[in-house]
Design a binder for this molecule. Sequence first.
Ligand code: ATP
Ligand code: MG
Length: 262
Amino acid sequence: MKPKIIVKNLTKKFGDRIVLRNISFEVMEREIFVLMGGSGSGKSTTIKHIIGLLKPTSGQIIIDGVDITKLSDRELIEFRKRMGYLFQEGALFDSLKVWENVGFYFLENTDMPREEIYKLAQKKLAMVGLKGVEELYPSQLSGGMRKRVSLARAISTNPEIVLYDEPTSGLDPVTSAMIDKLIMDLRESIGVTSIVVTHDLDSAFTIADRIAMIHKGVIYAIGTPEEIRNNPDPVVQQFINRRAEGPITEELFKEMQMEASA
Ligand SMILES: Nc1ncnc2c1ncn2[C@@H]1O[C@H](COP(=O)(O)OP(=O)(O)OP(=O)(O)O)[C@@H](O)[C@H]1O
Ligand SMILES: [Mg+2]
Protein backbone atom coordinates (compact mmCIF):
# COMPACT_ATOMS: atom_id res chain seq x y z
CA MET A 1 0.00 0.00 0.00
CA LYS A 2 1.19 3.51 -0.71
CA PRO A 3 0.50 6.68 1.20
CA LYS A 4 -2.39 8.68 -0.20
CA ILE A 5 -1.90 11.66 2.09
CA ILE A 6 1.39 12.80 3.59
CA VAL A 7 1.45 15.55 6.18
CA LYS A 8 5.04 16.64 6.58
CA ASN A 9 6.33 18.94 9.31
CA LEU A 10 3.12 20.93 9.36
CA THR A 11 3.29 24.02 11.54
CA LYS A 12 0.47 26.55 11.84
CA LYS A 13 0.50 29.83 13.67
CA PHE A 14 -2.49 32.12 14.07
CA GLY A 15 -0.85 35.46 14.85
CA ASP A 16 1.91 34.52 17.28
CA ARG A 17 0.01 31.57 18.66
CA ILE A 18 1.34 28.18 17.51
CA VAL A 19 -1.56 25.79 17.02
CA LEU A 20 0.20 22.95 15.17
CA ARG A 21 3.83 22.18 15.94
CA ASN A 22 5.68 20.36 13.24
CA ILE A 23 3.26 17.48 12.88
CA SER A 24 3.85 14.61 10.47
CA PHE A 25 1.82 11.54 9.55
CA GLU A 26 0.85 9.47 6.54
CA VAL A 27 -2.50 8.04 5.60
CA MET A 28 -2.46 4.98 3.37
CA GLU A 29 -4.75 4.36 0.43
CA ARG A 30 -8.14 3.02 1.67
CA GLU A 31 -7.17 3.56 5.26
CA ILE A 32 -9.59 4.83 7.90
CA PHE A 33 -7.43 7.14 9.96
CA VAL A 34 -8.95 8.58 13.11
CA LEU A 35 -7.75 11.81 14.67
CA MET A 36 -8.60 12.24 18.35
CA GLY A 37 -7.74 14.82 20.94
CA GLY A 38 -9.17 17.35 23.34
CA SER A 39 -11.10 20.42 22.35
CA GLY A 40 -8.80 23.04 20.84
CA SER A 41 -5.97 20.56 20.24
CA GLY A 42 -5.87 21.34 16.51
CA LYS A 43 -7.90 18.58 14.85
CA SER A 44 -10.10 20.76 12.65
CA THR A 45 -7.10 22.94 11.82
CA THR A 46 -5.23 19.86 10.63
CA ILE A 47 -7.93 18.65 8.28
CA LYS A 48 -8.58 22.16 6.96
CA HIS A 49 -4.96 22.09 5.74
CA ILE A 50 -5.54 18.77 4.02
CA ILE A 51 -8.51 20.15 2.09
CA GLY A 52 -6.51 23.30 1.37
CA LEU A 53 -8.77 25.74 3.24
CA LEU A 54 -5.80 26.82 5.33
CA LYS A 55 -2.21 27.39 4.23
CA PRO A 56 0.53 26.15 6.53
CA THR A 57 2.97 28.50 8.21
CA SER A 58 5.51 25.87 7.17
CA GLY A 59 5.44 22.28 6.01
CA GLN A 60 3.88 20.29 3.22
CA ILE A 61 0.65 18.44 2.45
CA ILE A 62 1.25 15.86 -0.25
CA ILE A 63 -1.75 14.12 -1.80
CA ASP A 64 -1.18 11.55 -4.54
CA GLY A 65 2.34 12.93 -4.87
CA VAL A 66 1.22 16.56 -5.30
CA ASP A 67 2.17 19.19 -2.73
CA ILE A 68 -1.17 20.98 -2.52
CA THR A 69 0.28 23.89 -0.54
CA LYS A 70 2.00 24.96 -3.78
CA LEU A 71 -1.15 24.94 -5.94
CA SER A 72 -2.82 28.10 -7.19
CA ASP A 73 -6.40 28.74 -6.06
CA ARG A 74 -7.67 27.52 -9.42
CA GLU A 75 -5.63 24.32 -9.35
CA LEU A 76 -6.73 23.72 -5.79
CA ILE A 77 -10.43 23.96 -6.71
CA GLU A 78 -9.84 21.37 -9.43
CA PHE A 79 -7.90 19.15 -7.04
CA ARG A 80 -10.58 19.37 -4.37
CA LYS A 81 -13.08 17.53 -6.59
CA ARG A 82 -11.43 14.33 -5.41
CA MET A 83 -12.12 15.16 -1.80
CA GLY A 84 -15.25 15.32 0.29
CA TYR A 85 -15.28 17.35 3.47
CA LEU A 86 -17.80 17.22 6.25
CA PHE A 87 -17.56 20.51 8.14
CA GLN A 88 -17.80 20.30 11.89
CA GLU A 89 -20.55 22.93 11.85
CA GLY A 90 -22.35 21.34 8.92
CA ALA A 91 -22.20 24.56 6.88
CA LEU A 92 -25.39 24.09 4.89
CA PHE A 93 -26.83 26.89 2.75
CA ASP A 94 -29.99 27.99 4.56
CA SER A 95 -31.60 29.46 1.46
CA LEU A 96 -31.28 26.23 -0.52
CA LYS A 97 -33.45 23.16 -0.18
CA VAL A 98 -31.95 19.97 1.18
CA TRP A 99 -31.57 18.37 -2.26
CA GLU A 100 -29.95 21.53 -3.64
CA ASN A 101 -27.47 21.47 -0.78
CA VAL A 102 -26.59 17.86 -1.49
CA GLY A 103 -26.37 18.44 -5.24
CA PHE A 104 -24.64 21.80 -4.88
CA TYR A 105 -21.47 20.77 -6.65
CA PHE A 106 -23.40 19.59 -9.72
CA LEU A 107 -25.73 22.60 -9.78
CA GLU A 108 -22.74 24.94 -9.69
CA ASN A 109 -20.23 23.18 -11.88
CA THR A 110 -22.03 20.95 -14.39
CA ASP A 111 -24.81 21.02 -17.00
CA MET A 112 -26.47 18.00 -15.47
CA PRO A 113 -30.29 18.38 -15.65
CA ARG A 114 -31.93 19.37 -12.37
CA GLU A 115 -34.09 16.21 -12.28
CA GLU A 116 -30.98 14.07 -12.44
CA ILE A 117 -29.27 16.05 -9.70
CA TYR A 118 -32.43 15.64 -7.64
CA LYS A 119 -32.27 11.86 -8.10
CA LEU A 120 -28.60 11.77 -7.21
CA ALA A 121 -29.28 13.80 -4.07
CA GLN A 122 -32.10 11.45 -3.15
CA LYS A 123 -29.76 8.48 -3.47
CA LYS A 124 -27.05 10.07 -1.32
CA LEU A 125 -29.65 11.06 1.29
CA ALA A 126 -30.87 7.46 1.43
CA MET A 127 -27.28 6.38 2.12
CA VAL A 128 -27.27 8.48 5.29
CA GLY A 129 -30.73 7.28 6.30
CA LEU A 130 -32.81 10.26 5.21
CA LYS A 131 -35.97 10.01 3.14
CA GLY A 132 -38.61 12.53 2.15
CA VAL A 133 -36.64 15.60 3.25
CA GLU A 134 -35.49 16.65 -0.24
CA GLU A 135 -37.83 19.63 -0.49
CA LEU A 136 -37.30 20.92 3.04
CA TYR A 137 -34.97 23.74 4.05
CA PRO A 138 -32.14 23.12 6.55
CA SER A 139 -33.95 25.20 9.19
CA GLN A 140 -36.79 22.67 9.11
CA LEU A 141 -34.51 19.81 10.17
CA SER A 142 -33.16 18.65 13.51
CA GLY A 143 -29.44 19.03 14.26
CA GLY A 144 -28.75 15.35 13.61
CA MET A 145 -30.61 15.49 10.30
CA ARG A 146 -28.63 18.53 9.20
CA LYS A 147 -25.43 16.68 10.02
CA ARG A 148 -26.51 13.82 7.79
CA VAL A 149 -27.42 16.19 4.96
CA SER A 150 -23.87 17.60 5.18
CA LEU A 151 -22.55 14.09 5.07
CA ALA A 152 -24.62 13.31 1.97
CA ARG A 153 -23.16 16.42 0.37
CA ALA A 154 -19.60 15.40 1.33
CA ILE A 155 -19.98 12.11 -0.55
CA SER A 156 -22.01 13.48 -3.46
CA THR A 157 -19.11 13.47 -5.96
CA ASN A 158 -17.91 9.96 -5.09
CA PRO A 159 -14.66 11.39 -3.73
CA GLU A 160 -11.48 9.33 -3.33
CA ILE A 161 -10.79 10.98 -0.01
CA VAL A 162 -13.34 11.97 2.60
CA LEU A 163 -12.49 14.09 5.62
CA TYR A 164 -15.07 13.91 8.37
CA ASP A 165 -15.04 16.44 11.20
CA GLU A 166 -17.11 14.93 14.02
CA PRO A 167 -19.51 12.92 11.84
CA THR A 168 -21.42 11.39 14.75
CA SER A 169 -21.55 14.21 17.29
CA GLY A 170 -25.12 15.03 18.22
CA LEU A 171 -26.49 11.84 16.69
CA ASP A 172 -28.35 9.10 18.52
CA PRO A 173 -26.49 5.78 19.00
CA VAL A 174 -28.32 4.00 16.20
CA THR A 175 -27.71 6.74 13.66
CA SER A 176 -24.08 6.97 14.83
CA ALA A 177 -23.63 3.27 14.20
CA MET A 178 -25.15 3.73 10.78
CA ILE A 179 -22.69 6.51 9.95
CA ASP A 180 -19.81 4.31 11.15
CA LYS A 181 -21.04 1.60 8.82
CA LEU A 182 -21.32 4.08 5.97
CA ILE A 183 -17.70 5.16 6.46
CA MET A 184 -16.57 1.53 6.36
CA ASP A 185 -18.84 0.69 3.40
CA LEU A 186 -17.42 3.55 1.35
CA ARG A 187 -13.99 2.07 1.75
CA GLU A 188 -15.22 -1.37 0.65
CA SER A 189 -17.36 -0.18 -2.26
CA ILE A 190 -15.27 2.58 -3.81
CA GLY A 191 -11.97 2.42 -1.95
CA VAL A 192 -12.30 5.72 -0.14
CA THR A 193 -9.43 6.94 2.04
CA SER A 194 -10.84 8.54 5.18
CA ILE A 195 -9.71 10.82 7.95
CA VAL A 196 -12.22 10.98 10.75
CA VAL A 197 -12.01 13.50 13.56
CA THR A 198 -14.04 12.28 16.48
CA HIS A 199 -14.54 12.45 20.23
CA ASP A 200 -16.65 9.34 20.05
CA LEU A 201 -14.46 6.60 21.50
CA ASP A 202 -16.79 3.76 20.55
CA SER A 203 -16.87 4.97 16.99
CA ALA A 204 -13.10 5.51 16.86
CA PHE A 205 -12.27 2.04 18.10
CA THR A 206 -14.86 0.49 15.78
CA ILE A 207 -13.86 2.07 12.50
CA ALA A 208 -10.17 2.96 12.79
CA ASP A 209 -7.29 1.19 11.11
CA ARG A 210 -5.08 3.60 13.00
CA ILE A 211 -5.68 6.31 15.56
CA ALA A 212 -3.58 9.42 16.06
CA MET A 213 -3.88 11.36 19.30
CA ILE A 214 -3.19 15.04 19.01
CA HIS A 215 -2.42 17.01 22.15
CA LYS A 216 -1.34 20.65 22.31
CA GLY A 217 -0.64 20.72 18.59
CA VAL A 218 1.58 17.65 18.41
CA ILE A 219 0.84 14.06 17.45
CA TYR A 220 1.21 12.45 20.80
CA ALA A 221 0.63 8.84 19.90
CA ILE A 222 -0.20 6.96 16.75
CA GLY A 223 -1.06 3.32 16.18
CA THR A 224 -3.70 0.67 15.73
CA PRO A 225 -6.65 0.71 18.15
CA GLU A 226 -4.92 -2.09 20.04
CA GLU A 227 -1.64 -0.15 20.28
CA ILE A 228 -3.46 2.96 21.48
CA ARG A 229 -5.37 0.97 24.08
CA ASN A 230 -2.08 -0.43 25.39
CA ASN A 231 -0.15 2.80 25.19
CA PRO A 232 1.06 3.50 28.74
CA ASP A 233 1.29 7.28 28.26
CA PRO A 234 -0.83 8.98 30.97
CA VAL A 235 -2.24 11.54 28.52
CA VAL A 236 -3.43 8.80 26.19
CA GLN A 237 -4.85 6.76 29.05
CA GLN A 238 -6.69 9.73 30.54
CA PHE A 239 -8.25 10.47 27.18
CA ILE A 240 -9.36 6.98 26.21
CA ASN A 241 -10.63 6.18 29.69
CA ARG A 242 -12.54 9.49 29.96
CA ARG A 243 -10.94 10.34 33.28
CA ALA A 244 -11.49 13.78 34.74
CA GLU A 245 -8.20 13.55 36.64
CA GLY A 246 -4.84 13.25 34.95
CA PRO A 247 -2.15 15.21 33.11
CA ILE A 248 -4.53 16.82 30.60
CA THR A 249 -6.60 18.53 33.30
CA GLU A 250 -3.55 19.31 35.44
CA GLU A 251 -1.97 21.18 32.53
CA LEU A 252 -5.20 23.00 31.84
CA PHE A 253 -5.43 24.00 35.48
CA LYS A 254 -1.84 25.27 35.52
CA GLU A 255 -2.48 27.34 32.39
CA MET A 256 -5.59 28.87 33.94
CA GLN A 257 -3.66 29.79 37.09
CA MET A 258 -0.87 31.31 35.01
CA GLU A 259 -3.37 33.37 33.02
CA ALA A 260 -5.13 34.51 36.18
CA SER A 261 -1.86 35.69 37.75
CA ALA A 262 -0.60 37.36 34.55
N1 ATP B 1 -8.99 30.98 12.11
C1 ATP B 1 -8.45 30.94 13.32
N2 ATP B 1 -7.88 32.05 13.85
C2 ATP B 1 -7.31 32.02 15.09
N3 ATP B 1 -7.26 30.94 15.85
C3 ATP B 1 -7.80 29.81 15.39
C4 ATP B 1 -8.44 29.75 14.11
N4 ATP B 1 -8.88 28.49 13.91
C5 ATP B 1 -8.56 27.79 15.02
N5 ATP B 1 -7.91 28.57 15.91
C6 ATP B 1 -7.37 28.14 17.22
O1 ATP B 1 -6.62 26.97 17.03
C7 ATP B 1 -6.82 26.06 18.10
C8 ATP B 1 -7.22 24.72 17.53
O2 ATP B 1 -8.50 24.83 16.95
P1 ATP B 1 -9.22 23.60 16.24
O3 ATP B 1 -10.51 24.12 15.71
O4 ATP B 1 -8.30 22.98 15.28
O5 ATP B 1 -9.46 22.63 17.48
P2 ATP B 1 -10.15 21.22 17.53
O6 ATP B 1 -9.14 20.24 17.96
O7 ATP B 1 -10.85 20.96 16.24
O8 ATP B 1 -11.21 21.38 18.72
P3 ATP B 1 -12.75 20.90 18.89
O9 ATP B 1 -12.67 19.49 19.37
O10 ATP B 1 -13.29 21.80 19.95
O11 ATP B 1 -13.42 21.05 17.57
C9 ATP B 1 -7.86 26.70 19.01
O12 ATP B 1 -7.19 27.24 20.10
C10 ATP B 1 -8.49 27.77 18.17
O13 ATP B 1 -8.86 28.87 18.96
MG1 MG C 1 -12.79 20.87 15.69
